[in-house]
Write a protein that binds this ligand. Structure first.
Ligand code: PGA
Length: 251
């Protein structure tokens, strides 16, 4: 059966010392009160090598928020999937709407990133989701189907290592959450696309997370939906009490 997962996305927050303190505090809280789901924290690159040895790897997985679309070489400022993996990180967020919008990451670029992540043993947390105008025009299904092309070029074996995250862009950092019904409707649709492509068994085993203004007060209702397998958490992952409150939705 598929896993329930709560993953944090720190984005461009916390300097090194603050990030270490946050990871330590979260680790202590979860060692003392074991989660009933998988927990992942995705941090800025510079935190990875310090944070991975500091957390209990049986309780908290660590991931990056991005990786390069090239193997290595003269790409000033980039960080490769191999470098991420060498820190002990096991996951990488790819295709986040902020990367798509502000850094012009296309389906083709993301296809390369996904392949390189998998080739280096990293599990992609692959994000899809529509912007407000697309939702208002009723185009959300079309949009997510097109975005999935980056992972639908994979073999079934590789695809089974991918975690999907549906994040409606209009809900990210806005305080405006999708209703549990809206989330369930599109998660079920996404799962049906996976079933069409890879078969029912792969689809049933794919974790599909919801992201966008998820907080302790709405997590339980969202995660109770049959096709919502957890959350990708931005703002609320920066405070242990909030992040743990969301993790505890699975208790
Ligand atoms: P948010 O961000 O929880 O702050 O809305 C979610 C995300 O962008 O992953």
């Amino acid at each position: 059966m598929r896993k329930n997962i709560v993953a944090g996305n720190w984005k461009m927050n916390k300097n090194l010392q603050e990030g270490i303190a946050l990871a330590k505090e979260l680790n202590e809280a979860l060692v003392a009160d074991k989660p009933h789901c998988d927990v992942i924290i995705c941090t800025p690159f510079i935190h990875l090598a310090s944070v991975t040895p500091l957390v209990d790897g049986n309780i908290i997985g660590v991931g990056a928020e991005n990786c390069a679309d090239k193997v290595s070489g003269a790409y000033t400022g980039e960080v490769s999937a191999e470098m991420v993996a060498s820190t002990g990180a096991k996951y990488v967020i790819l295709g986040h709407s902020e990367r798509r919008a502000y850094y012009h990451e296309t389906v083709d670029i993301l296809t390369e990133k996904v392949k390189l992540a998998l080739a280096n043993g990293l599990k992609p947390i692959f994000c899809i989701g529509e912007v407000l105008e697309e939702r208002e025009a009723g185009k959300q299904n079309e949009v997510v189907a097109a975005q999935l092309a980056s992972v639908f070029s994979l073999s079934a074996e590789d695809f089974s290592k991918v975690i999907l995250a549906y994040e409606p862009v209009w809900a990210i950092g806005t305080g405006k959450t999708a209703t549990p019904e809206q989330a369930e409707e599109i998660h079920a649709y996404i799962r049906s696309l996976v079933a069409d492509k890879y078969g029912k068994e792969v689809a049933e085993n794919t974790s599909i997370l919801y992201g966008g203004s998820c907080k302790p007060s709405n997590a339980k209702e969202l995660f109770a939906k049959p096709d919502v397998d957890g959350g990708l958490i931005g703002g609320a992952s920066l405070k242990v009490a909030d992040f743990k409150g969301i993790i505890d939705a699975f208790k």
